[in-house]
Design a protein. Structure first.
Length: 85
């Protein structure tokens, strides 16, 4: 699947979730629900993927934690803020 089609499916799922759940939930909740929705849409999804980096002789196994990796190519980093401003 090309990147435009993939991002379109993910964006549609995000809009559906925001319409049903609304703002103000914990990131963990949005991650779980988006994971569920994308699997329903027959996408390959992996959660909490550790990504390494190296610099000279330094290697850090768990430098990054990717919230969702979709179809082996799209990284989703979920952010949420309190709706009490």
């Amino acid at each position: 699947m090309d990147m435009n089609s993939l991002t379109g499916i993910v964006l549609d799922a995000c809009i559906k979730i925001h319409t049903h759940i609304g703002p103000g939930c914990f990131e963990r909740v949005y991650e779980e629900v988006l994971n569920h929705e994308l699997i329903k849409r027959k996408l390959w999804v992996e959660r909490q993927v550790l990504m390494a980096i190296s610099f000279e002789q330094l290697f850090i196994d768990d430098a990054y934690k990717i919230d969702l990796l979709i179809d082996h190519k799209l990284i989703i980093e979920i952010k949420s803020i309190s709706n009490r401003l």
